[in-house]
Design a protein around this ligand. Sequence first.
Ligand code: ATP
Length: 612
Amino acid sequence: MAVDGARLTASAREAAATGWSAAAVPMIGYAVMLLGTAAAPVAAAWLTKLVIDGLTGAASLAELLGLAAGLAGTGVAAAVLPHWSRYLGNQVGRAMVATTTDRLFAATARFPGLRPFEDPRFLDRLRLAQEGASRADSIVTESFGLVRSTVTVIGFVGAVLVISPAMTLIVLCAAVPALVAQLKLSRQRTNMMWEIGPAERRQLFYSNLLSTIEAAKEIRLFNTGGFLRGRLMAELSTAHAGKRRMDRKELSAEGALALLSAVVAGGGLVWAIAAARTGALTVGDVSMFTAAVVAVQGGLNTLVTGIAVADHNLRLFGHYVAVVRAEPDLVVPVDPAPLPPLRRGIELRDVWFRYSEGHPWILRGVDLFIPYGAAVALVGLNGAGKSTLVKLLCRFYDPSRGTILWDGVDLRDVRPDALRERISGVFQDHMTYDFSARDNIGVGDVGARDDLDRIRAAARKAGVDELLAALPRGYDTLLTRMFTSEEDREDSSTGVVLSGGQWQRTALARAFLRDGRDLMILDEPSSGLDPEAEADVHARMRRHRAGQTSLLISHRLNTVRDADLIVVLEDGVVAERGDHDDLMAVDGTYARFFRLQARGYHEVALSENRAQ
Ligand SMILES: Nc1ncnc2c1ncn2[C@@H]1O[C@H](COP(=O)(O)OP(=O)(O)OP(=O)(O)O)[C@@H](O)[C@H]1O
């Protein structure tokens, strides 16, 4: 409980600091307006009592006019201030949401590795953190709302106290169970959201599947629409069941509390009228009392509901704080070693790796030297660990055992972003961004996004310049039918869908734009290309990587035969290494694979010859 309280206090402190740093001036204005809004009804009720007592008593005209002017003034304040405070509250809220959203995504981008994004618990937390960040505005409005309700309640409680201390006590006592119940409910609501989080994430996954082009083909061909919709609805109903249980709890608790409030208000009214009849209260007192009971109860209700909502939002905000403050998933050195340009080579020394303790070993003591300036090819069966090795070279994960040395410097000792500055490449599952052609290539080196000459030069190297330049809006054409650009709002047909091979060349251009790097990683860069295009792309890559350190992964062994060094990965270790001729002479796995592929071509060639 104490830990819980401490966590909430920390979240509240963080929310206040965020609000202050995001919008200090509007926040002050908002606070002033709210205090005015809070005080106005108390002043109005009190002035009304004085006017009524003045009218039924012996007040002078001047006194009455003064009171009436005061009453009119509070009326103006009560009418105008809420609009201003709402406007300023929205300003503060939006500034806060902008700040929290920015900080949240800066924090997710700051994780140097990939592990958090493979951890379902982290992903659940991230979803709640996004919700917490997006509700930062309501933390402000709710908190200020609480202050406003408190001021109103205190004002009216003071007024009722003057009339009847006993009645004040009863009204306040009626609020205590409401407060306790609401706080308990809010805790339960946050827990419920955590519990249904996985179902909601799966629901999102199914709804994305059912609404994106990537899955649309298979869904239609395999007729899985109904099946996926069934799963979507099952997840939705799990989430709904959790929410319904919570709603029922709220309904019964809030219903009982409302009844309690009504009984107290009704009882108080009977008492006040009876007291006025005996002359214990004036007519003005009854008017003040009636207004005060309604306002105190309303204010307390708002207060307890506000506290509950603030409690709930702060708990969600706590997930945001946890993500923003999360430790990096890889150890980032406090005093990082400089990473010099590569001059000797990259060495993997007895590298062992598995994705987690529950997963099998993928690499089991890999020893490999990638010499500076050499074109190295990595081959092996599906699942041999080739892409995993690439991920270790980029330090998306650290080896479970062993080290990777860059010119003798352990990758663990350098800043991950400094390492990645020195690397370019194409991943097997490269991205296809719903951006323009220019941006699809430009993100390879964000600083060069506006440099169309460089972008086109990179596209030319990848053999895709002619295609992109001929698009309806040239390099500014969107490579997607998902969005329209600002200029094409009226014409949604200008977006273009590229073929798999064309996308692959675009991804290659992105890698080429990032030129002058020390290591070029090419993980299956030509798997989607036709034979002519493949030969063309490999010739281009050969030219591009001449004198540059590169690591090429390919299952098409004709594309790796001219590499300086070919490495065969098998059973988690380097089974063979050498150039094409060495490996053919060894007559091992590589030679077997090579002959197998070559025989396929040879047989095709033979049957074609026979047919002629
Ligand atoms: N993020 C991950 N979490 C757990 N296991 C993983 C993860 N990524 C890959 N694996 C497992 O690691 C093994 C090696 O995968 P990897 O992608 O490195 O193989 P590969 O040699 O590149 O295969 P392919 O030729 O099919 O591309 C596979 O058994 C795969 O299931």
